[in-house]
Design a protein around this ligand. Sequence first.
Ligand SMILES: [Zn+2]
Length: 302
Amino acid sequence: MTLKTNLIATVAALSLAGSITGALSAQDFSKVEIKAEALRGNISVLYGAGGNIGVSAGDDGVFIVDDQFAPLTDKIKAALAGISDKPLRFVLNTHFHGDHTGGNENLGKGGAVIMAHDNVRQRLSKGAFLKAFDMKMDPAKMAALPVVTFNDKISLHMNGEEARVIHVKNAHTDGDSIIFFKGSNVIHMGDTFFNDRLPFMDVSNGGSIDGVIAAAKAVLELANDETIVIPGHGKVTDKAGVQAYLVALEASRKIVAAMKAEGKSLEDIQASGALADVNANWRANPEGWVKKYIGFVYNSLK
Ligand SMILES: [Zn+2]
């Protein structure tokens, strides 16, 4: 098993099984099913293994947000064919992690234009190290790299609506985008939002608690009560779902920041059970995850 495959398998196992222990076991992609769910207007979501895929399908063709893992490309293409007979024209990566970009090479070779924030191309081309999981990601092949990059915002005008792509700084990583399908009123948040547990901030690649809080606030500014929100992981939700997430983020930040200011070490805070209440109100955090999360907050506090 190569390091890259190892990373991919690990991230997949983390997302799927929600477990940290046992995450190093390889995943059998042959058992993964890609399930499509129509949301509203042009927009659908594909659930499989790895990051949720947003789909815009209409007269102009197909545009997807994230592409999971390379071994799933054929299944993803089959799921897309069930939604539209038009070609896949654009792929937007919300960030560089392998469970969101693994299909890039296949889809890029197939003729889709891959787009992402500048830092996504940088990190994919150089390779990266994810300190939180002690994992190395090898440099990606040329065909897997985004062809169109941007530093702030970019819009796609297709299928009768504007898809506004907005970079949010230093959140899950330093290259995150959120995508607002304005006409359909659907927002894809990438991994700035985990709707099943406290989030992963990849601090070694520019992520931070304050950036994730700012991303959630930016989405709440864009959203109204009708907005459908696609998280990077977990089920589709709405504005109220993002509000609940923001409450958990802010509460946990406040607790960890206060203890850090008192001079407590990371280990002390992790051992204290200080986030028990926040955690109780949240959902399926896997065992050991809250300690990891405290580390992300502690290490990224300014
Ligand atoms: Zn990620």
